[in-house]
Ligand binder design. Sequence first.
Ligand code: CMP
Length: 133
Amino acid sequence: MVERTLVLIKPDAVERNLIGSILSEYERNNLKIMELKLMHVSTEFAQRHYAEHEGKPFFKDLVAYLTRSPLVALILEGENAVQRVRALNGKTNPQESGDNTIRSLYGVSLSENTVHASDSLESAEREIALWFA
Ligand code: CMP
């Protein structure tokens, strides 16, 4: 099934001039960029994006990280896009994320892990509505 998913190229990656390298990974893998924008988001917006993590010990740092400098938000479309993008990104922790995944290539740490992608079709729908209202 052709799906759409929401991807963030997070502040650590934008700061290190990695936007082009990361977009290339997705495009090489036949995922189509449908929307794309550079944004510097507010604390309130980041809290809404990460609402499911509210109350976790790392929540405050996560919001501070997402808001510290600009990020890139994009919508990717393709066959089975939700799962395929998550496979390209690799596991949350860059040290466990598997060879040649975006997080293994570029991730800094468990918290500064370079990219975000929706984890299900339901999340994709919610996140696309939030980021591209
Ligand atoms: P992401 O895919 O954007 O979804 C939630 C984010 O929280 C995750 O990437 C990491 O950046 C961060 N995260 C998840 N687990 C932890 C953790 N145990 N400690 C710190 N940050 C985490």
